[in-house]
Design a binder for this molecule. Structure first.
Ligand SMILES: [Zn+2]
Length: 296
């Protein structure tokens, strides 16, 4: 019996190590492409981020990469946050800033939150010669999410209010795209308490979901842009009641200053601490009331 075990063990381990090697190669390839594309992220920055390969693949079979900062043994996280950049491939800053925040978390991850971070949801849109908003199928992923009555909302909105502009094409049907399908599967699996999506170039904070969004993050102020049918905010925020904070950076091709990048991050952490769960929200309201009631 022991001899059989000895024989079996290396055979069983072999496929796992082969996968690991294959995944490492995929990450390396993808980092070469990301670093080659973005002025603010070098190949080495991307490799240093230590991303992992998910089951998600783009239309052109590029892996959707992820970084997880799991709970630490020393404390229970306040909740789970899913942070997503690069939903639109021509919004470079929305990817680069996520890499900066990965660096921040590499140094400061304290276990306060359990993070899942996807720097680039739309690798095909970003990583082609001329980057584009839509994916390789010419579909706007941020209109392809499965909201109720999608045909009469997302598709109708595109025809009636966008003049059938190809930049905003929602597709033939909801979840027609592997990138949006993967994100929905990932939301089902990870069950985030809050989703933060990064875009550009409106220079505001947008919010969909229960409670109120952050009044300001850095120099970006809350300005509800309206909910676009089929968007992530519409799907996750309104339909599934998961708070969705949308950070709209001021420029797609120019990064905010380092100071502003940190300041957006700090304000976001503060808002998350007070809002990540119903309990955290109720506690923060109670704290504010107690402070008001305290004799000065
Ligand atoms: Zn966008």
């Amino acid at each position: 019996m022991l001899a059989i075990k000895r024989l079996l063990l290396p055979v069983l381990l072999l496929p796992i190590s082969l996968y690991a090697e294959y995944d490492a190669e995929l990450v390396e390839q993808e980092c070469q492409r990301i670093g080659g594309k973005l002025g603010s992220v070098s190949v080495q920055d991307c490799l240093d981020a230590d991303l992992t390969v998910t089951s998600g693949r783009s239309n052109k079979n590029a892996p959707i990469l992820l970084k997880e900062y799991p709970p630490l043994p020393t404390r229970n996280p306040l909740g789970k946050v899913l942070l997503v950049g690069g939903i639109h491939g021509d919004e470079y800053s929305s990817v680069s800033i996520v890499f900066k925040w990965l660096r921040t978390l590499d140094i400061h991850h304290s276990g306060m939150f359990h993070w899942n971070i996807v720097p680039v949801l739309n690798p095909d849109g970003l990583l082609q010669r001329k980057s584009q908003r839509v994916n390789a199928n010419d579909i706007d992923l941020n209109r392809n999410f499965p909201v109720d009555d999608w045909e009469n909302t997302a598709l109708a909105h595109w025809k009636n209010y966008r003049g059938s502009n190809p930049r905003y094409y929602p597709g033939e049907q909801a979840l027609s795209e592997p990138e949006s399908r993967w994100l929905v599967e990932h939301i089902d699996q990870f069950q985030p308490d809050v989703i933060v999506a990064v875009h550009a170039p409106y220079g505001v904070v947008d919010y969909d979901g229960p409670r109120n969004g952050p009044y300001k993050l850095g120099r970006l102020y809350l300005n509800l842009l309206g909910t676009y049918p089929g968007s992530l905010g519409n799907y996750a925020g309104i339909k599934r009641k998961i708070p969705v904070v949308t950070i709209e950076l001021p420029y797609a091709g120019i990064m905010p200053t380092s100071q502003e990048i940190n300041s957006i991050w700090r304000d976001m952490i503060r808002w998350l601490m007070q809002n990540i769960t119903e309990e955290a929200y109720n506690n923060s309201i109670k704290l504010a009331q107690d402070q008001d009631a305290a004799p000065s």
